[in-house]
Write a protein that binds this ligand. Structure first.
Ligand SMILES: *Cc1c(COP(=O)(O)O)cnc(C)c1O
Length: 365
């Protein structure tokens, strides 16, 4: 057979992705369990009809209307005022991250993060030929500011990726740590962009601030967000970030032409017009999360403090058997994180009851 000239570094690799299985209780990829209401569905349908009438034309390349709506949403959510030129969007925050590494990573450059963290990060590094370096988080999955400073001084990265709240641990970073990283990054010769991935930002607990509040002080900071999690629009594929307009301008250079379809823009704007309603579930998901964490702890399990819509719990000698036992009972969770740990997304009260019943049976709690 004629060989395909696959890049040597891609040989034998399999595509990333959690299993997509057809089971009754899906608690494995941190989606919002609530489908959009009829009112949201009909607004979206109307917006898509409008967009469809213009599909013979390429979409608005700079999508300033959408960026304005996203800025208004961030103001309502976090009180931080941003110009539309400080906002960027793409097909999921995964693509936003790729833009960041295309612009600020590359051959001969390093991206630094702190493990355990999001398993997609090394893939963005690979795909942009950026060297991947992972420092360590502490035993409680927090980040020690001194350790972070030392790692930045040692590796002189051009990009630092901090997930906060972190996936898969749920850990949010205090602004003192983020500031320490930003200050250390400012000393890297040639410069260093610090990306705080706040995909789960809306689920943060009372008193946990967003890194958005630091944007006015740090031009080398980017805070990424997504409509996939709290907003309940994972299927729409819309991620975005906030940063200085200079940083955003650099991303405009590397994006593919017309990367955000007219349909995506219309769907996102229609959904954003309903943000108050969509966000109404965040409070109950947070409460369900706190209740799930407490329940797991009462049963003697270790649970990482969570500011997200999932909980990392354990530890199990044979986590695969627990994962499989839950699956056999129709509950799909995620086998991820350090050895012995499992991650469960927060679903509806009915879904969490099914999870608890199954776990009691499987793990004999
Ligand atoms: C889910 C998740 C995202 C969101 O990805 P999208 O492409 O926006 O769906 C980003 N970062 C982390 C850490 C996540 O867990």
């Amino acid at each position: 057979m004629t060989p395909l000239p696959l890049r040597a570094d891609l040989a034998g690799l399999t595509p990333y992705g959690a299993p997509q299985l057809d089971v009754p209780v899906l608690l494995n990829v941190n989606e919002n369990p609530y489908a959009p209401s009829d009112a949201v569905v009909s607004s979206i349908a109307q917006a898509v009809t409008g967009a469809a009438r213009g599909l013979n034309r390429y979409p608005d390349r700079d999508f300033l209307d959408l960026r304005k709506d996203l800025a208004a949403y961030l103001f309502a959510e976090s009180g931080v005022a941003l110009a539309p030129e400080q906002v960027w969007a793409a097909n999921g925050s995964n693509e936003v991250m790729l833009h960041l590494l295309q612009a600020f990573g590359g051959p001969g450059r390093t991206v630094l993060s702190f493990a355990p963290t999001y398993s997609m990060y090394p893939e963005y590094a690979r795909d942009t030929f950026t060297t991947w370096v992972a420092g360590r988080r502490e035993a409680d999955f927090s980040l020690d500011p001194d350790a972070a400073r030392r790692a930045i001084a040692e590796h002189a990265p051009s990009v630092v990726l901090l997930a906060s709240p972190n996936n898969p641990t749920g850990t949010a970073l205090g602004l003192d740590v983020v500031r320490a990283v930003l200050d250390a990054a400012a000393d890297v010769p040639g410069g260093c962009v610090v990306v705080v991935d706040e995909a789960y930002g809306e689920f943060r607990r009372e008193g946990t601030p967003s890194a958005l509040t630091l944007l006015a002080t740090y031009p080398h900071l980017a805070v990424s967000r997504t409509m996939s999690k709290a907003f309940g629009m994972a299927g729409a594929r819309l991620g975005y970030l906030a940063a200085s307009s200079e940083l955003v301008d650099a991303l405009r250079v590397v994006r593919l032409p017309y990367h955000l379809s007219a349909v995506s823009q219309a769907v996102a704007r229609a959904a954003l017009a309903h943000s108050a309603e969509l966000m109404a579930q965040v409070g109950s998901l947070r409460a369900e999360r706190d209740q799930t964490v407490a329940w797991l702890r009462e049963r003697g399990l270790a649970v990482a403090d969570s500011d997200a819509n999932f909980a990392l719990f354990g530890t199990f000698d044979d986590r695969r058997a627990v994962w499989q036992g839950l699956l056999d009972r129709g509950v799909l969770i995620r086998e991820v994180g350090p050895p012995g740990w499992l991650r469960v997304s927060i679903g509806t009260p009915e879904e969490m009851a099914a999870f608890k019943d199954a776990l009691v049976e499987v793990a004999g709690l």
